[in-house]
Every structure is written in C-alpha cells, then in structure tokens.
Design a protein around this ligand. Structure first.
Ligand code: GTP
Ligand code: MG
Length: 261
C-alpha cells in the first residue's frame, strides 16, 4: 500500500549538514535548535550528530568541525545531505575572504549544487557585525547563487542565548523553518539524489575496502615468504585508509611507507 498525505511526510527523514569556518557558531546553533543550553561549547573535532524532531519530521543535524585541516573531509557528508546550514561569524572582518573562498568552493561541489542552503549570519550581538547587505556583498552571494542555481536565504542571528536561558533566537527558528519547508517542497527530487549518491558512495567504499584487504593480504604473504613462513608483527602495514585521527606514530609510519613506494 502506498503512503500518502501527512503519513508520508511524517516518515520523512531529513539530513542537514552544518558547515562554516571554525568558531563561526555552528555547534552553538545546533544546541539552540536542540533546545539545550548554548553557553558551554567546545571546538568540534571531526563531526557530531544530533537528532531533532521538527513539526513531526525527524531531522539529522551533522555538525562538522570547521577547522581548516578538517574541511577537506566535509565532502564525505554531502551525499547524505538534503540541505545545508552555512554559519558565518558576521563580526569577523579578517576572515571574510577565507569565508568567501570556502563558500564559493562549497557551491561548486556536485553534491551541493541545487540543494537548499540557509546562511546564518551569526554573532549579530557584536557591534561590528555586518548586516544582510554587507554579508551579501562580502561573500558575493548573489552572483554565486545565480551561477550555481542554488536556493538560499540569509538570516541574521545570535546563536548564543546571552543570559536568556535556553531561549532560541527567533531568527534561527524562522530560518530553519524556511530550510525545512524548502527541502520538503523539493523532497522527492532531493531524496532521489541522496539515495543515488549514497548508493554510489557505498559501492565505491566497498570496492576500496576489498582493494585494501587485497593489498594487506599480498604484503602479509610476501613477508611470510621472506621470513620462511614465520608469523611477523603486521601492525605497520598501511592499508590505504585516510583516517586523520590515527596515533601520530602510526601516521608517521604510514607516510614513510607511502614515500618509499
Ligand atoms: N558573541 C557571540 N558569541 C557566539 C555566538 N555564537 C557562538 N558564539 C561563541 O563563538 C565561539 C565558537 O562557537 P562554536 O559554536 O563552538 O563554533 P563552531 O562553528 O562550532 O566552531 P568549530 O567547532 O571549531 O568549527 C564560542 O565561544 C561561542 O560561545 C553569538 O551569537 N554571539
Ligand atoms: Mg563546533
């Protein structure tokens, strides 16, 4: 039996990745959306997954670390995402150029193009914060959006509750409502894209896993042959996995092995 009307929309699962430079206020925004205190945040190492319920819909929020060394890993989260939140510290003039180039690069990604993006111009409580026009100009947003045909909205906000315990800034709610509504309006297209991209990602991962296993097996066999069949310690075998959070000694050994290839 097919699902129709509200029953179908009740079952919709939406994934939204939260992006932006380090210190922009992504985690603070996610906490505000979760309805938990925003006054105690620490930098995000890697990513952090939250689940919230929004008007009967289930939403996964993927809060990604914004530090430059992790930004190359953002791409692993684009496939699953139906939409994005891009958070900017509107008061930080020295990082506007960096923001512009990161945002431009983001819009050029195939898995991002055409998906709705909510830009949160955060930290409006700071006197030096740019207003909407300032943000549009500084990030060259209109030109980029026109070029990449992306649905986007800029919302000025203050994610930190600043003494009004747990009270979410109304503009964040307003912006988030727009994002979810826009995703829902294009849900079938977005779902097809996400399902297709996730499927391809899984196939690629599975091929890479078999190739890695094959490489490791081959090295083990060669070592066993060289040592006359005696078992050796294989901990140093580099299997090709790009994991930024391995112990430093292991990372050094992996780099040495790669350089000696
Ligand atoms: N004044 C002010 N400070 C804020 C606001 N939102 C966040 N902050 C502060 O900005 C700092 C960084 O906030 P986070 O939410 O950790 O930033 P992030 O984007 O998640 O940073 P990474 O996890 O490092 O990528 C923290 O000290 C927050 O308290 C805001 O609206 N106003
Ligand atoms: Mg964070």
């Amino acid at each position: 039996m097919g699902l129709s009307g509200s029953a179908a929309s009740d079952l919709r699962l939406i994934t939204i990745a939260v992006l932006g430079l380090d210190q922009a206020g992504k985690t603070t925004t996610v906490k505000a959306l979760e309805g938990v205190p925003t006054d105690c945040v620490t930098p995000t190492l890697g990513y952090c997954l939250s689940h919230i319920t929004h008007k009967n819909g289930k939403i996964n929020l993927v809060d990604l670390g914004g530090v430059s060394t992790f930004r190359d890993s953002w791409k692993h989260y684009y496939d699953d995402s139906h939409g994005f939140i891009y958070v900017i510290d509107s008061s930080e003039m020295e990082r506007i150029e960096e923001n512009q180039s990161v945002f431009e690069k983001l819009l050029q990604e195939d898995k991002v193009k055409g998906k709705p993006i909510l830009i949160l111009a955060n930290k409006q409580d700071k006197p030096s914060a740019l207003d909407e026009n300032g943000i549009l100009k500084a990030l060259n947003i209109e030109k980029l959006l026109d070029q990449h045909k992306t649905l986007c909205r800029v919302i000025l906000c203050t994610a930190q509750s600043l003494g009004r315990a747990n009270k979410i800034n109304e503009s964040i709610t307003h912006g988030f409502d727009w994002l979810v509504k826009t995703i829902n309006a294009h849900y079938e297209d977005l779902r097809r894209r996400v399902d297709n991209d996730v499927q391809i990602k899984k196939q690629i991962e599975s091929i890479e896993k078999s190739e890695r296993a094959e490489r490791v097996k081959k090295i083990r066999e060669e070592r066993a042959n060289q040592s006359g069949g005696q078992r050796e310690n294989d901990d140093d075998i580099y299997d090709g996995t790009e994991n930024p959070y391995i112990p430093i000694q292991q990372a050094i050994r992996n780099a040495e092995i790669r350089n000696s290839d």
